[in-house]
Design a binder for this molecule. Sequence first.
Ligand SMILES: [Zn+2]
Length: 94
Amino acid sequence: MGSLKDDWKETGKDLGGAFKQLGKSIVKSGATVVNKANDWAERDDAKEAAKKEAEVEKAKEERAANTVVCPKCGAEITDPEAVFCLKCGEKLEK
Ligand SMILES: [Zn+2]
């Protein structure tokens, strides 16, 4: 068994090695965190895109619900107040 001073030296060396390893793993996990952050950012983009798509679909559905199709020429009349077809003048069925 060495002196107390030698023990401390050894401990210090071990600690130094441990800190070196810790530093390496922190750098590694830092890179992992950055990658994860990018993943999340991309996921948010995808979420936003899906939300926008859903809004567009909803708007389309709402428009379709208000759209009257002319029984004569098949024109789509988007004005819910329209009584006659804007294209051929046929009276629209409600
Ligand atoms: Zn028509």
